[in-house]
Design a binder for this molecule. Sequence first.
Ligand SMILES: C[S@@+](CC[C@H](N)C(=O)[O-])C[C@H]1O[C@@H](n2cnc3c(N)ncnc32)[C@H](O)[C@@H]1O
Length: 196
Amino acid sequence: MTDWEKRYQLGDTPWEKGMAAPPLLEVLAKGADWGAGPILVPGCGLGHDVRALATLEAPVVGLDLSPTAVERAREFPPVGAEVYELGNFLDPAWRAGRKFSAVWEHTCFCAIDPSERGRYAEAAAACLEQGGLLAGVFFLTPFDPGEAACGPPFATTVEELDAWFSPWFERIDGWVPGAAYPGRESREWIGLYRKR
Ligand SMILES: C[S@@+](CC[C@H](N)C(=O)[O-])C[C@H]1O[C@@H](n2cnc3c(N)ncnc32)[C@H](O)[C@@H]1O
């Protein structure tokens, strides 16, 4: 099991690109109904996506289980009404009594052990209000064919995502993003799901 806190402490963070995910900027440019907020970003790391979403002028909550990541995210100048919280997205205690209008997923789903994916889908459904948006960029093929597939990141498929989310969500859009971090081109898929 990955010790995320240790990886931040050691600076062993190859996922940290110093900027918001290009596919998120694509979703923002295309337009989506994110609701009035708050918007949740689970596994937010240093919070670049949180601050990009804060330009929507809705409150945004970045959640991460690494104290170092949360501490470093809080050091960035505020963009809007964003906050960072320490917590485990999969822990029902964290979300007790809270509802969000949208969840933005980026490299949290692929970071958790695949055996926890049911809990992830349940957590996303439980923390969203009815009609809430689950939007995410999902890593389909993090490894080249023949390369040792030793995650995280753990691969997925559109079919698997639909299967996990369909008990609570209707898929309203999905496409391969035109923009990606270098090295992730054509390896990702954007999915937009609406909670029934
Ligand atoms: C691969 S990193 C990606 C971070 C950020 N999304 C980015 O792209 O820079 C995965 C992040 O998810 C966090 N994480 C893993 N499991 C989590 C959980 N169950 N709840 C909250 N955060 C989690 C880790 O601490 C880490 O910051």
